[in-house]
Design a protein. Structure first.
Length: 335
């Protein structure tokens, strides 16, 4: 090739550049083959061979490029430059994970909706230098090309943990979705995504997406039906059905799930709260009040107060309901 058309191998460092170089090579090679075929008259078969070769070059070279970018991706990106970028991201991910762990941020235990608890330290973690470094790495196409799927999944997961703990639910959902694209079998990440979407309060569309995510988590989780986390996910699923106005389905699931919940646990209180919501929405006030009285955690009663104009509209103004909520708020003020 001439100097103006020369491809420098050492400058082909990313999968996209490799594909571009392959396309340029195909154009130049096939162009030379077809030009030669047009001028060759003897032997007659030579021009036919060149035409056939130019046709076969395209799938062969594209298939070879595909294999390099998939089966041999690590070897392709194994030079010092990409190894260093990958190590930087892995190091930042490890540091953010340690910070998340130290703050007690648990994907499964802490990410709740209705009576939720945020880990306030998460806001500072998300804004830490490790979080900012990971954000830049994931947003920069050149640096992202240096990362394998596991690195992208773990980095996105830690960013999602930190941002969710700080209450940035929209951002958290984005990172959980990125993590799941790289690791779609991670049931804990599906559960975290469902919770993040539910906490965005994004209306029916967000609730439907959250329901799909929690169904994925339930399908993938290797947990028995009586496991507390499995019970919690079933209760959350019923809560999403409730939000979508499917009170009949929600009621059936909550009653079936209650049989596996241990009395006095968060899961039992969550089921009682959601049953109270459903009964109130169905104008079954006495059953709703009975369920509210079963909840031992006052945060659920305070959550009921926050929903006095939707789920509990039929009870608002009732002396018994107002007294129950008022007592819970008084206890919370003195706690």
């Amino acid at each position: 090739m001439s100097d103006g058309q020369r491809i420098d191998p050492e400058k082909v460092g990313s999968p996209f550049q490799l594909l571009a170089a392959a396309l340029v090579f195909i154009v130049l090679l096939d162009g030379s083959f077809l030009s030669a075929a047009a001028v060759i008259s003897e032997p007659r078969w030579a021009s036919g061979v060149l035409v056939i070769a130019s046709v076969l070059n395209v799938p062969v070279l594209l298939f070879g490029t595909f294999v390099l970018q998939t089966r041999f991706r690590d070897e392709l990106l194994g030079d010092e430059h990409y190894v260093r970028l990958r190590q930087e991201v892995q190091w930042s991910t490890l540091q953010l994970k340690r910070s998340n762990d130290a703050a007690g941020i648990d994907l499964l235990a802490d990410f709740r909706f209705e009576a939720q608890r945020n880990v306030e330290a998460g806001k500072d973690l998300y804004l830490s230098r490790y979080g900012r470094e990971l954000e830049r790495a994931l947003d920069d196409p050149r640096r992202r090309d240096a990362l394998d799927g596991d690195t992208i999944a773990s980095a996105s997961l830690e960013l999602g943990r930190a941002s969710a703990a700080g209450g940035d639910w929209v951002v958290a959902a984005k990172y959980f979705e990125t993590s799941l694209k790289a690791d779609p079998e991670a049931w804990g990440s599906w559960f975290a995504l469902a919770t993040a979407l539910a906490n965005t309060r994004g209306g029916d569309d967000a609730n439907r997406r959250a329901l799909e995510a929690i169904d994925e988590a339930l399908a993938l989780a290797p947990l028995p039906v009586h496991d507390p986390m499995f019970v919690r996910m079933q209760s959350y699923r019923a809560a999403l059905l409730k939000r979508l106005g499917k009170t009949g389905q929600a009621l059936t699931q909550l009653l079936a799930t209650r049989e596996y919940a241990v009395e006095g646990t968060y899961e039992a209180d969550d089921i009682a709260y959601n049953l109270a919501c459903v009964y109130a929405m169905r104008d079954e006030g006495e059953k709703a009040m009975a369920e509210l009285r079963r909840a031992r955690d006052d945060r659920f009663l305070i959550a009921a107060s926050a929903h006095r104009h939707d789920y509990f509209a039929s009870l608002t103004g009732s002396a018994a309901f107002e007294a129950l909520i008022g007592d819970a708020m008084t206890r919370a003020d003195h706690a």
